[in-house]
Design a protein around this ligand. Structure first.
Ligand code: TRP
Length: 348
């Protein structure tokens, strides 16, 4: 049996943060190291331009930053193919053909695109066609590599659904050509999306509430100090709430029994700590100090690896060049199949 093929990607619009880490990066590394899959990891710079057309410099600069974040968390170019989207012209070509298979009404129904358009101040005077159609380009990304599994967060499910519809439509019109993908979402929904340090359900650059993989130890400590907790937990003796409390959500995701043994041996695990907080008698300062210990010990090795790779940006670009060449060959083969299926193979 042939291996399952994984395709995932990120828009290079900023450094990756611990929300990306628990939501997708950590899992990609596990899948990669299981040896059971062939992984393609795409830096989606062309997609990033669909809502940053006025700021190409930002996209350009963040390609290297995202590549460094990937390497820092353990994505290994010897095991996974890391590549740059815009360097593969076939992805644009496939997008153009797939556009014939999707109606305007169908795109307008895509809930993620709908929410994004509503939230974006910059689209007040109208939505660029490129942004509106990015789900189609995402179908090109996925099918070009014959991906069978697309590990994504819940917000990306509508994109996979649209991709499945395109695959179905293409194959029924032109014959069995494209591979049907399926989404794979993290089981633990708490790990699916980490709230911001301010308690906002989404962590992000524009919200200024994220802890980044390249934050210094001091930056991490300062951010944890300002973190939102339980506003009703006024005195240490008061019973506290761990639900919707970002400090506890982070601990539930990051704190392992080893961390308790090393930094807070009075408790064996998260359950014991949370129970004490809910009973009352456990102060926020102590819990935050523990969270700081946990996050510092989790992020220090990632930061150290990042600094190591950052010393030689030319080597990182060379790694991307090699990955992109490998990816391009796969996308070109798919595109040739697609064109042939549609009868666009005049000179063969
Ligand atoms: N839309 C994804 C994001 O916002 C990035 C992306 C582009 C992607 N193409 C993809 C993800 C294909 C999965 C599959 O991060």
């Amino acid at each position: 049996m042939s291996k399952d093929i994984i395709l995932t990607g990120d828009r290079p619009t900023g450094n990756l943060h611990i929300g990306h880490y628990v939501g997708s990066l950590r899992r990609r590394v596990e899948l990669q190291n299981s040896g059971k899959y062939e992984s393609f990891i795409m830096i989606a710079d062309a997609q990033a331009l669909t809502d940053n057309a006025d700021n190409p410099q930002k996209v350009h600069e963040n390609v290297l930053q995202v590549a460094l974040d990937y390497l820092a968390v353990g994505i290994d170019p010897a095991k996974s193919t890391i590549f740059i989207q815009s360097e593969i012209a076939e992805l644009t070509e496939l997008t153009f053909y797939y556009m014939n298979l999707v109606t305007v009404a169908r795109l307008q129904r895509n809930p993620t695109v709908k929410t994004e358009i509503a939230q974006k101040e910059r689209f007040r005077d109208g939505t660029p066609v490129g942004f509106f159609t990015y789900p189609i380009s995402q179908a090109a990304d996925i099918t070009a590599f014959n991906a069978t599994i697309v590990p994504v967060g819940e917000d990306q499910l509508p994109m996979i659904e649209q991709t499945q519809e395109i695959v179905h439509k293409f194959n029924s019109l032109y014959g069995e050509t494209l591979t049907m993908p399926k989404a794979s979402v993290p089981e633990l929904s708490a790990a699916g999306r980490l709230p911001g340090i301010d308690g906002n359900s989404k962590m992000g650059k524009s919200l200024n509430n994220a802890i980044y993989l390249n934050d210094s130890a001091d930056e991490i400590a300062a951010k944890i100090k300002t973190m939102f907790t339980d506003p009703t937990h006024l005195r240490v003796e008061d019973p506290g709430h761990t639900e919707n409390n970002p400090v506890f959500i982070y601990l539930s995701v990051f704190a392992k029994p080893e961390h308790f043994a090393e930094f807070l041996p009075e408790y064996k695990n998260y359950g014991e700590l949370a129970a004490h907080y809910e009973r009352g008698g456990l102060g926020d300062v102590k819990v935050k100090k523990f969270l700081n210990d946990v996050l510092q010990s989790t992020l220090a090795p990632i930061r150290a690896r990042r600094e190591e790779f950052a010393k030689d940006p030319a080597a990182v670009m060379e790694m991307l060049r090699a990955g992109t060449a490998r990816a391009r060959a796969v996308a070109a083969a798919t595109t040739a199949r697609v064109k042939k299926a549609m009868g666009l193979n005049y000179f063969e």
